[in-house]
Design a protein around this ligand. Structure first.
Ligand code: AMP
Ligand code: GLY
Length: 425
């Protein structure tokens, strides 16, 4: 079959790699893709938000299955656009992707269906938000309602900081229209775990767990980023935690969406915080995590197309998900200065060291890269995710850091403590 993948990051590279392993995929396209994805897929120069062009391309090439990797097109209704033309597509419709597209929606959903999450209030005006803060407890968390590249969350330690935060989100519109509404939420403490799940509208099947490192610098210092590295599985996601989440979070979320007439088909990403009061939902996303996908998919034993087909056809209950009994660590190589100002266009050396290495459990998943006449150059903040597997987390971490030395570019930057938390487990 012919498969089209929509997106251009490390997540889409990991998806393209998994699809390339499927016995069912004869030809893979990716829009717009990147220099690494070209190894398995024909990249086409269509943007992820150009729905008409994507649909026209899928019709022209007689694509059998389109997989949407990114949040923006999902929230914007790309799945509805494909379905309207009778095209087979994997991802939630617009009315279900709102679970990521509006934090106010997802908080109200959790409240209505008793799904554990932090206490909160939603606000449509800055006056009301400011008035609420006067009697609030600190630290407190401010969240822009809409999509903000993972950056629309402000943790404020004092009333002054929080007032500035409301101004940043609602008046200065730092996150654009995402800040037309906001959520003010109780601050929670605990370990974070990311759980990704396949969903068919009624059944939800979770993949192995992972943990992201969102801050730019070692020791969880610096600004929030899209994610600087991941490990899988999380040793903090015990059987007990898993059982609690299955009972009170995963299936209840599926049932809640169904009850609201918003059947969720696609990948549900549940961001959890393991608090002293038990696991609570930090956020939902409507797609694979990036860079969570880069440690979860290499460990998956199923043929990804089989699972996706089962989701689209409502047969997920028939599928048994299975993961290797090992571990994986992904260290993101970024451009120095990310997530703020950084230079692009630096030649990347050593990529050939990863050729054929996936069989040994080493991967270079491209995020911001571009092919030029001189070779492959950096083209973004997050450049490449170096993933390695190992018998256990310690071994995977040592392997991943060793492999980070196989590639080089001028302003290469990485965290040196990805997976360090494992030592405390
Ligand atoms: P989100 O995009 O909602 O996952 O938030 C981004 C990051 O902000 C999370 O990964 C947490 O590290 C942090 N965060 C979000 N909500 C809270 C909260 N209620 N309490 C503490 N930290 C939070
Ligand atoms: N790594 C977090 C995310 O994909 O949103």
């Amino acid at each position: 079959m012919k498969v089209l993948i929509v997106g251009s990051g490390g997540r889409e590279h990991a998806i393209a790699w998994a699809v390339s392993k499927s016995a069912k995929a004869d030809k893979i396209y990716c829009a717009p893709g990147n220099a690494g994805i070209e190894e398995y897929a024909e990249c086409v120069n269509i943007g992820a938000m150009e729905f008409d062009k994507l649909v026209a391309f899928a019709k022209e090439k007689e694509i059998d299955l389109t997989i949407i990797g990114m949040d923006d097109p999902l929230v914007g209704g790309v799945v509805d656009a494909f379905e309207a033309e009778g095209l087979r597509v994997f991802g939630p419709r617009k009315n279900a992707a709102i679970i990521e597209g509006s934090k106010a929606f997802s908080k109200d959903l959790m409240k209505k269906y008793n799904i554990p999450t932090a206490e909160y209030e939603n606000f449509d005006s800055d006056e009301a938000a400011l008035a609420y803060l006067e009697t609030a407890k600190f630290p407190i968390v401010l969240k822009a309602d809409g999509l903000a590249l993972g950056k629309g969350v402000l943790i404020c330690n004092t009333l002054e900081e929080a007032k500035d935060g409301v101004k940043t989100i609602m008046e200065d519109k730092k996150f654009g229209d995402a800040g037309n509404r906001m959520v003010i939420e109780e601050f929670m403490t605990g370990r974070e775990v990311s759980v990704l799940a396949f969903c068919d509208g009624k059944t939800i099947k979770c993949m192995t767990s992972a943990q992201d490192h969102k801050r730019a610098k070692d020791g969880d210092q610096g600004l929030n980023t899209g994610g600087m590295g991941t490990f899988s599985p999380s040793p903090f996601y015990t059987d007990e935690v898993k059982e609690f989440c299955e009972k009170y979070i995963y299936q209840p979320t599926m049932d809640a969406m169904k009850a609201e007439g918003r059947d969720f088909t696609g990948i549900l990403f549940v961001g959890l915080m393991l608090t002293d009061d038990g696991p609570k939902v930090l956020e939902y996303n409507a797609r694979f995590g990036d860079p969570e996908a880069q440690v979860v998919l290499p460990r998956m034993e199923n043929d990804i197309i089989d699972v996706i087909d089962a989701c689209i056809d409502g047969r997920l209950s028939e599928i048994e998900l299975s993961f290797e009994d090992n571990a994986a660590v992904c260290v993101v190589l970024a451009s120095d200065g990310y997530p703020e100002h950084y230079e692009k266009g630096k030649l990347i050396k050593g990529l050939e060291n990863f050729e054929g290495k996936d069989k040994e459990g080493y991967y270079a998943f491209h995020a911001g890269t571009k092919k030029t006449d001189e070779g492959i150059v950096t083209n973004g903040g997050r450049v490449i995710g170096i993933t390695a597997k190992g018998a256990n987390l310690k071994e995977a971490r040592a392997n991943a850091y060793r492999a980070t030395e196989w590639v080089d570019f001028e302003n290469k930057y990485m965290r040196h403590d990805i997976g360090k938390a494992i030592d405390e487990a």
